[in-house]
Design a protein around this ligand. Sequence first.
Ligand SMILES: Cc1ncc(COP(=O)(O)O)c(C=O)c1O
Length: 396
Amino acid sequence: MKYGFAKRVKHLQSSAVRDILKVIDNGNVISFAGGLPDDDMFPVEAVQAAFDKTFQSGKKALQYGVTEGFMPLREIIVERMKTKGIQSTVDELLITTGSQQAIDLFSRVMFNPGDVVLTENPTYLAALQVFESYEVKVIPVLSDEHGMLPDDLAYKMKKYKPKCVYVVPTFANPSGKVWSLERRHYLLELAKRKKVLIFEDDPYGRIQFNDEEIYTPIAALDDGTHVLYTSTFSKTVVPALRTGWIKGPFQIIRMMAQAQQAAVLHSNSLAQHALYHLCCDFDLDGHIQLLRKTYFNRMKIMHELLQSANIPLSYVVPKGGMFFWIKLPEEINAADLLGHAVMRGVAYVPGAPFYVSDPEQNTIRLNYTHSTPDKLKEGMRVLVEVFSETNSTVHS
Ligand SMILES: Cc1ncc(COP(=O)(O)O)c(C=O)c1O
């Protein structure tokens, strides 16, 4: 039977990243493809203790909960955001099923078909999928390693009159880049002048490698009127709890809570209670320090092996987050090369699906957080060989 799907899902496709992960999920391939933290870095005992405490605290956590989220957890998130300079009340905060749902709920309450969102190019693939499912027109803005280019941003704000600018300004996925403070200010000032919202997606902000640096969230520069800020426990605790949050103007958060009610009534309360106990009883900041050190060392290993490649690669060394974003020589098609790499036991994600338009076929995203140092070395040696061999072939 031919099923009559809605027009808005006509272009909805499974993410290329997920498809690759499915194929290589047999344990024989060293994967730099997913955006995964290292399983061995999960604070398993602390999570278990937090759930034990939740069950010891009575049956309330098993009951239906409040749509906006478990109040004691919201209070903790408000305090934790203050350390990043973000001021919020609990009423401006909604707990969501990961940051992914925050993007979805925001889109659901804000966008009509044909509304325009400006993004970087490339940008977070799963955000593009959400925008597409709400029939949003996504317009890419030119950018360099410091963020969106002011002239192009101003031009596209004027030309397209967007409803929102979606950005991942701190250790972006996939590009790994960090916006300069000037570019953050510029975007905010322009957005205020043009009465445009900024959606700041910040899952990686805590995974920074240099403790001395300060990467001020755009939300910390705002007076609470123009920026929606989402973050998550996925990268700092465990993704399986599927708990994130969004902070923004009260009217938008209230509308999103209503949409949340319609979607799932509320995000998983058991996870929220457990995260509350975890935040109270476990040294989460100490754990984050350990993640920073561990992931920094892995990034260095990957970097050293990239430097050993006898082929011109272009990339920015990440200052945090989970990814290297690499440009291979122009003649090399990263998607074509993938089959070859997987046959040799290594996987990565070709960069093209992360583009809104005009994909650069010679780009790849490499994750350095999921593999152990030994696997990283082994996989990178193979990958560098694959790069070099392909480079010789295309130039022979
Ligand atoms: C930029 C970005 N936003 C949002 C998410 C979704 O995170 P969560 O697990 O909180 O849904 C991810 C996950 O990889 C991401 O990279």
